[in-house]
Design a protein around this ligand. Structure first.
Ligand code: SF4
Length: 372
C-alpha cells in the first residue's frame, strides 16, 4: 500500500470541505477532490451545502475549512485605496476570501473572523465577466491581481486557480496579472505563454519579523529562490515590503533582507517594489493582541491617518523609509520603488519628488508592469 503524501505545511490544517450544491461538478471542486486523493487529508469530510442554507457552520478547534462557493457578486473590483493618499490604481480579481497562513499584522483577521477559506468555484462566470471587461477595448490596459482578500497562491496546490487564470489571460495581452504570495507554488508557470504579462510577487520583511510574526509561510530564502527561478524563466517579479514594522533592530533587519534580495536577483528582474508602513484599523488592534499575545509593535507611537487607520508617527516612518530607499538605491533600484498609501509630503521628504511629478502613481506602475 502506498503511503499517503502530506500536503504543503500551510494546507495541513484543512479538516473539512464544503461545496455549494451547484458547484459539485465544477472543475475546481473536481480538482480539489482529485488532489486530496492519496494525501493524508484524503478522508476529511465533504459537506454539500444546499442553496437554502444561510451560512456554513464550522467550529472544529484548530482546523480550517475550505468552502467551494458559487459567488454572486462582482469579480473585478477596484482596490480599496483612499483618495487622501497616493494609491496605485490596481484592479482586483476577486477569487476568494481568507488565508490559511497566519501573519500577526494581517488585516484579513478583521475582515473574516471565521476559519473558513472561501474559493469562488463558478469560474465560468468569472471568466465571462473578465472577458467582457478586458475584451471591450484591447487598447485599455489593466494591471490586476488576486492577492487582496486572500493570498494568490496559498490554495493553488489544491485548486489550480491561478494556473487557470494565467491560461485564460493568455488571450488578453492588455492585462498584466500580479500573483502575490508568501508561499511558493510555481505550477502556473507552465500555462503562461507570455512571460511579460505575468508578475509573480512576494512579500518580504525583516528576518526578525518573518520569524516572529509570520506563521506557516515560506521562508524568505524560499521566496527569493522562487523569484530567481521566475527571473531565469524570463518573468519579472514584484516585491513588497508591507508592512514595514518599527522594532528594536529594524535597521539591521531591513538592511539584511534588502541585501539578500540582490544575492538572488538583479534590479532589472524587478518590475516594481512597494514599501508600506504598518497601518491598522482601530478594530484590528484588539484582534492582534488577542490572536498574537507576544506581539508588541501594536503599542508603538501611532497617529490616526486620513483614512481612519493608525500609522506610525510621520518622522519615524520617514526615517525608516529613507533608510530603506537609500539602501535600495545603492543596489541600483530607482523607478521601480513606490510607497503604498503615503502622502505627498512623505514622498517629497524621502524621494525628493511625488507622484504628480511623474504623472501619477497609477501611470508609473502601468508603465513598469508593461514592458512594451
Ligand atoms: S500570507 Fe498574507 S493574507 Fe495570509 S495571513 Fe499573511 S498577510 Fe494575511
Amino acid at each position: 500500500m502506498t503511503k499517503p503524501v502530506e500536503l504543503p505545511h500551510h494546507l495541513r490544517k484543512i479538516g473539512h470541505v464544503f461545496v455549494d450544491e451547484s458547484m459539485q461538478g465544477s472543475p475546481v471542486a473536481l480538482r480539489v477532490r482529485d488532489r486530496l486523493n492519496g494525501t493524508t487529508q484524503e478522508n476529511i469530510p465533504w459537506t454539500i451545502v444546499s442553496p437554502d442554507a444561510d451560512r456554513v457552520e464550522f467550529d472544529h478547534g484548530d482546523t480550517q475549512a475550505l468552502y467551494l462557493k458559487e459567488y454572486k457578486g462582482k469579480f473585478l473590483r477596484f482596490c480599496p485605496g483612499t483618495r487622501a493618499y497616493h494609491c496605485c490604481g490596481y484592479r482586483i480579481i476577486h477569487i476568494g476570501e481568507n488565508c490559511p497562513m497566519a501573519c500577526s499584522y494581517c488585516i484579513l483577521q478583521a475582515y473574516f473572523q471565521d476559519r473558513i477559506l472561501k474559493i469562488w468555484a463558478n469560474q465560468d462566470t468569472l471568466f465571462s465577466e473578465l472577458g467582457n471587461a478586458f475584451g471591450a477595448d484591447r487598447n485599455t490596459r489593466y494591471r490586476v491581481g488576486t492577492g487582496e482578500f486572500t493570498d494568490s497562491l496559498a490554495l493553488e496546490h489544491l485548486t489550480g486557480y491561478s494556473r487557470d487564470l494565467v491560461e485564460f489571460l493568455n488571450d488578453y495581452d492588455n492585462v498584466a496579472l500580479e500573483l502575490k504570495s508568501k508561499v511558493v507554488d510555481l505550477t502556473w508557470m507552465q500555462a503562461a505563454k507570455r512571460t511579460d504579462r505575468i508578475l509573480p510577487a512576494w512579500s518580504l520583511n525583516a528576518p526578525f519579523i518573518n520569524e516572529h510574526e509570520e506563521f506557516d509561510v515560506s521562508t524568505l530564502r524560499e521566496r527569493l529562490e522562487a523569484a530567481r527561478t521566475c527571473a531565469e524563466a524570463g518573468f519579472r517579479v514584484c516585491l513588497h515590503f508591507d508592512p514595514v514594522i518599527h522594532y528594536p533592530g529594524w535597521r539591521e533587519g531591513y538592511a539584511e533582507i534588502i541585501d539578500m534580495i540582490f544575492d538572488y536577483i538583479k534590479p532589472e528582474n524587478i518590475a516594481y517594489m512597494s514599501i508600506g508602513s504598518f497601518r491598522c484599523m482601530p478594530q484590528l488592534t484588539p484582534i492582534i493582541a488577542n490572536n498574537f499575545p507576544d506581539t508588541d509593535y501594536i503599542y508603538n507611537e501611532f497617529v490616526p491617518g486620513l483614512d481612519g487607520k493608525a500609522r506610525l508617527l510621520r518622522p519615524l516612518r520617514v526615517e525608516q523609509f529613507s533608510f530603506m530607499i537609500d539602501r535600495l538605491r545603492k543596489h541600483g533600484m530607482d523607478k521601480q520603488l513606490y510607497f503604498c498609501m503615503e502622502s505627498t509630503k512623505v514622498w517629497n521628504e524621502v524621494f525628493g519628488y511625488s507622484p504628480k511629478d511623474f504623472g501619477g502613481l497609477g501611470k508609473r506602475l502601468m508603465e513598469q508592469a508593461f514592458r512594451d
